[in-house]
Design a binder for this molecule. Structure first.
Ligand SMILES: NC(=O)c1ccc[n+]([C@@H]2O[C@H](COP(=O)([O-])OP(=O)(O)OC[C@H]3O[C@@H](n4cnc5c(N)ncnc54)[C@H](O)[C@@H]3O)[C@@H](O)[C@H]2O)c1
Ligand SMILES: O=C(O)C[C@H](O)C(=O)O
Length: 328
């Protein structure tokens, strides 16, 4: 039997947490032979802690053979102690009358504190995925607040956008999702993101040539993927949860176990390539192997791509400027 892997999940009693924890405990994220210890963080409020207790009771009632232990706490340093993987899901939702800037600042406080706690107590190899919105900037803040951990260990979730784009493309082209390769979603997890299928193939053939519909790309595909989160909120009255949890599992599974030579999208700190300033937490195509991700390099950036990539970059830089004073 392998040694258990310690997995922290914040916002554990929330909607995404409820879709995520049971799948992690059943082995869907790290493999059916990998025991896990779940270290769950929730707000110190009575209601949140009671809900977390309920989730832990249900986890217990599943009698998962791979669940080697559980911790439920309101203290980030307890939740992150020695963790190998940290899924930062809990975030302050946008309230009535709150501007995007207020949301950024509220969340900046949370991710500054959580980054510092990871810096202090997590495994030095911890893999961090930020799901809580604004995900890219929250990941950037956590990374900056953890100077003793490698910056490359901090990532933001663009996988839901990647998966959404895959399904839209498969539907349009009449092909199977599994047959599509080499897709990427550049930039921010926000409506400014740029889903890009210029390099995508289906069984080795160009998907762009097969679809051959630039108007659909610009007027339907790109806005549909970008605004999908809002469409789910409109339809459900709540933001996406099961699909977000599924994407988080895909992201970590591929990072840890490998993406089998497939491109996947991860928000990672820029190395300066593709005209994205170093350090910006930006969605790019990566291939994962041996527990590491590797950026797909030297892709062509044509005039339209440049415009879209700079548009989403400008938003990220604006967010970064908005929180700069908190980062010292
Ligand atoms: N990146 C993506 O693709 C993506 C997709 C969907 C949702 N999201 C975001 O994920 C986040 C969670 O969504 P949800 O639907 O689970 O929300 P939710 O409100 O149902 O749950 C969030 C939970 O986090 C807890 N929480 C808040 N602040 C916390 C803190 N500082 N420490 C620990 N726990 C804290 C809350 O008590 C709550 O239980 C939101 O920010 C949402 O916008 C991101
Ligand atoms: O919570 C949101 O604003 C939407 C969410 O990020 C999503 O993409 O579903």
């Amino acid at each position: 039997m392998k040694n258990p892997v310690r997995v922290a999940v914040t916002g554990a009693a929330g909607q995404i947490g409820y879709s995520l924890l049971f799948r992690i405990a059943s082995g869907e994220m790290l493999g059916k032979d990998q025991p896990v210890i779940l270290q769950m963080l929730e707000l110190p409020m009575e209601k949140a802690q009671a809900a977390l207790k309920g989730v832990m009771m249900e986890l217990e009632d599943c009698a998962f053979p791979l669940l080697a232990g559980m911790v439920g706490t309101d203290d980030a340093e307890v939740a992150f102690k020695d963790v190998d993987i940290a899924l930062l899901v809990g975030a302050r939702p946008r309230g009535p009358g709150m501007e995007r800037k207020d949301l950024l600042l509220e969340n900046a406080k949370i991710f500054t504190a959580q980054g510092a706690a990871l810096n202090k107590v997590a495994s030095r190899d911890v893999k961090v995925l930020v799901v809580g919105n604004p995900a890219n900037t929250n990941a950037y803040i956590a990374m900056k607040s953890a100077p003793d951990l490698p910056a490359k260990n901090f990532t933001a979730m663009l996988r839901l956008d990647h998966n959404r784009a895959l399904s839209q493309l498969a539907g349009k082209a009449g092909v199977a999702v599994a047959d599509i390769e080499n897709l990427v979603v550049w930039g921010n997890h926000s409506p400014t993101m740029y889903p890009d299928y210029r390099f995508a193939t289906v069984n080795g053939e160009s998907l762009k040539t097969r679809i051959n519909d630039e108007a659909w790309n610009k007027d339907t595909f790109i806005p549909k993927v970008g605004k999908r989160g809002a469409a789910i909120i409109e339809a459900r009255g709540l933001s996406s949860a099961a699909s977000a949890a599924n994407a988080a599992i895909d992201h970590i599974r591929d990072w840890v176990l490998g993406s089998n030579d497939k491109w996947v999208t991860m928000g990672i700190p820029s190395d300066g390539s593709y005209g994205i300033p170093e350090g910006v937490m930006y969605g790019v195509p990566v291939i994962c192997a041996n527990g590491e991700y590797r950026r797909v390099e030297n892709l062509e950036v044509d005039a339209f791509a440049r415009e879209r990539m700079d548009f989403t970059l400008a938003e990220l830089e604006e967010e970064r400027t908005g929180v700069a004073h908190l980062l010292g």
